[in-house]
Design a protein. Structure first.
Length: 147
């Protein structure tokens, strides 16, 4: 039986079950909930490459792989990143953010999510003061307050 290993967040288990339930001949192993022996896996499904790497760097529970030892076949898609501020923001340019003594606040859903990673890397590269938060009020609307 072909086997796939992936990392499925608890809030996404329903969706993965609905999709992979159509393929009973395929074994799907969730590395978040159970150890996965990668030498017995035919394919690795990555839904967020950045999160895969940062999960290992942060030493999150359930990470039992070494991304440096994986064979990367392809990147299926890539998304351009865009930073946007609302009308009440004191920042009108990147230079404004770089000069500010007050930290810019960026919201994310966890230590290893792509939004938080992007903001942290951008702020570091720009030399800007920034603060990452997982308690932004709108996150509760999206049921993402798991960080």
């Amino acid at each position: 039986m072909p086997a796939i290993a992936t990392w499925i967040r608890q809030c996404d288990e329903h969706w993965f079950s609905a999709i992979f339930g159509r393929y009973p001949h395929l074994a799907v192993h969730n590395a978040r909930t159970n150890p996965v022996e990668l030498d017995k896996i035919d394919a690795l499904l990555l839904t967020g490459g950045e999160a895969l790497v940062t999960a290992q760097l942060y030493g999150l529970s359930g990470v039992n792989y070494d991304v440096r030892k994986q064979v990367w076949l392809a990147r299926v898609s890539g998304e351009d990143k865009v930073a946007v501020v609302g009308p009440p923001s004191p920042y009108r340019t990147v230079a404004d953010m770089q000069k500010s003594e007050k930290a810019a606040l960026w919201a994310g859903s966890g230590k290893a999510d792509n939004n938080t990673d992007f903001a942290a890397i951008m702020c570091h590269a720009l030399g800007a003061k920034c603060k990452m938060t997982c308690s932004w009020p709108l996150l509760s609307l999206w049921s993402l307050r798991w960080c």
